[in-house]
Design a protein around this ligand. Sequence first.
Ligand code: COA
Length: 373
Amino acid sequence: MHQPAITGTGVFTPSQVITNAELVTAFNAHADLYNIENADEISAGRLEAKGHSSAEFILAASGIEQRHVLDKSGVLDPAVMHPWLRERTYDEPSQMAEMAVDACRQALAMAGKTAADVGAVICAASNHERAYPAIAIEIQDLLGIQGFAFDMNVACSSATFGIQAAADMIRSGSINSALVVSPEICSAHLEWRDRDCHFIFGDVCTAILIERADDANGAHFLIRSTRCATQFSNNIRNNNGFLRRTRKGQMADRRDMQFMQNGRRVFKEVLPLVSNHIADHLAAENLSPDALKRLWLHQANKTMNDYIGKKTLGRDPEPGEQPNILQDYANTSSAGSIIAFSKYSNDLQPGDIGLICSFGAGYSVGSVIVERA
Ligand code: COA
């Protein structure tokens, strides 16, 4: 068995930013427009008027201050309320592949490696922009990587499940190395017209290079162990899919064709699931919570992270022990914990142990215990 290690990470961050104040101004203009357009239905009691959103609510409920997006012009247009992305020809990189190549190149540069050193590409994300050919194969082609590539989707847990798949293949010897890349264009599946969730998501792409530890050129993190778990729930759901046109009325602009969640229930059900998952993972590795120097958690909600950090460590985490990036990026689905890892891991010392954990729709939860080599 070979020892897998994380040798490089990369983060592609879109240059455009939407602050809570900008978002709320656009949403409120949209709500006013909607209420005027539907005045008759609303006064007859057949439709509910849309209430205003508030930047104070967003910060207090989520901890989010801003989000990066590929296009803010459409999102902030009260008559549009979704991003506009240019259609690509077959000769151009697709949108997801383009961001992925940027993040992968950063990960390769950090590890001091080239495409020739990589054996596989896993594009692990919550959405893929087409059914086939796999986005991962296009990324593989654009980077000039031999071997194989495939897409996988476990929603917010895609990256950690991808790390487990890559690490297991490296352990068993079927590959020497893999890029796990997570281009998350959450702005395209978020319902910006729904006050309950319009503030939740942002766009980003992360990449992780995993190699045999023996092949590492520089500082790296040994992957000591991984653990993945799933439990079916409808509380986070998106009904968009390839059977859409086979069902009457589904081609319409329907609410359930975007991200939907029962936020309160997610909160209540996911917290114990994740806390118990982490405790079991640590126990299986004979590690006490005191052994953890850092927690890089999924970046959905500050209160959730505060709770999980406290439950895991048995005390309030010290500043820096459990870094959040959600205030700057919002929820970036599977990429969130990897952004936190990428930005806040370099100071760890040889022998230091940390845990990456993501969780979300499915429900799904994935944890990765790493040790600085
Ligand atoms: N502005 C102002 N008020 C708002 C609002 C907004 N943008 N959105 C909702 N409200 C109102 C609600 O209508 C409700 O009013 P009411 O009490 O009169 O009914 C009140 O604020 C509370 O709303 P609620 O949805 O219960 O808020 P919350 O405290 O549960 O926070 C979330 C909402 C989404 C931040 C929270 O539930 C959450 O983070 N859940 C888990 C999310 C998650 O991790 N999902 C995973 C996705 S991968």
